[in-house]
Design a protein around this ligand. Structure first.
Ligand SMILES: C[S@@+](CC[C@H](N)C(=O)[O-])C[C@H]1O[C@@H](n2cnc3c(N)ncnc32)[C@H](O)[C@@H]1O
Length: 289
């Protein structure tokens, strides 16, 4: 069930023991691997690390990690994916509302525009990263510009389903035919739609119908969606208020370094609950026809 060899799947605790995913997490988060030792990520399983690794794995499987390739990160903040991918491709474009300030200041950090290196500690190619302030709903690129695109933990914050559709249409437009799209967003395990305030939580039907999987005229899914969630994964459920306090504490100590030097109160950090709502991450991987 829900094999980690799949690309279209919900995050499960068991995924962190998969040799390939483990290798990617350790490679992208090399500083964390050095700090935590040989067992990492065992004992500190974190769904945002899973999202990054799933994006890298899908882009690699889809053939988008080549020295002549150009990749696009949408709502990309300062995530490590941006930096890590510069090792494998010609250029990575990072886009987010970097100048907007406000609630996203710690991920869409303005210094990404001038000094991105402060947000990643492992090796990367600084001449291959282009950082631009840009709305995901209005990408300023020509049609068919990119070999791959990725967007993690972002779609659910763009507004309603109309904005999600617009962002998906934009990502489709700027991908080359055959280009790969990796999306990570929230999978609703419990609670009513549309989610919690400011965050869409998608159920299986919405993932299939809204995130391109059912749109076979425009996309080819890398594989079939599995939404199985193991008992061990469900047992990891943490209260959202507690995880929110962890994040505020981390930001106060380290600023926008959201993926490194993490010391969450409890691990695994995979399933969150707020009132009636519970959710974890889901990854969708598509190829543009
Ligand atoms: C939870 S953060 C995730 C950031 C990053 N992808 C990561 O995984 O750390 C959500 C991001 O979505 C961005 N965002 C929200 N609305 C956006 C829009 N209309 N266009 C581009 N980015 C947007 C925010 O600025 C923020 O950086």
């Amino acid at each position: 069930m829900n094999p980690v060899t799949a690309h279209n799947k919900v995050c499960n605790l068991e995924d962190f023991s998969d040799p390939e995913l483990r290798r990617i997490i350790r490679d992208v988060l090399a500083v964390e691997a050095a700090r935590r030792g040989d067992s990492f990520p065992a004992g500190c399983e974190y769904r945002k690390h899973w999202e990054v690794a799933m994006a890298v794995r899908a882009l690699a499987a889809g053939g988008a990690l080549r020295q002549d390739a150009e990749l696009l990160g949408v709502g990309a903040g300062n995530e490590p994916t941006l930096f890590y991918l510069t090792r494998f491709v010609r250029r990575v474009f990072a886009t987010d509302l970097y100048l907007a300030g406000g609630e996203w200041e710690e991920s869409a950090s303005a210094p990404m525009l001038t000094d991105p290196g402060r947000f990643y500690s492992a090796p990367w190619h600084e001449r291959r990263l282009v950082v631009q302030h840009m709305d995901a709903l209005d990408l300023h690129y020509e049609d068919a510009s990119f070999d791959g695109a990725f967007s993690s933990s972002s779609l659910e914050h763009f507004g309603g389903l109309a904005e999600v559709r617009q962002a998906l249409a934009e990502m489709h437009r700027v991908l080359k035919p055959g280009g790969i799209l990796s999306l990570s967003t929230e999978y609703r395990l419990a609670g009513p739609p549309p989610g919690i305030p400011g965050v869409l939580l998608f159920d299986r039907r919405e993932i299939i119908e809204e995130l391109g999987l059912a749109d076979s005229e425009r996309w080819i899914a890398l594989d079939e969606l599995s939404t199985d969630v193991s008992t061990a994964t469900r047992a990891t459920t943490l209260p959202y208020p507690e995880t929110g306090a962890d994040v505020r504490d981390h930001v106060a100590r380290h600023g926008g370094l959201y993926f490194e030097r993490l010391e969450w109160s409890r691990y695994p950090h995979l399933v969150l609950r707020d009132g009636l709502s519970a959710w974890t991450s889901v990854h969708v991987a598509l190829r543009k026809r």
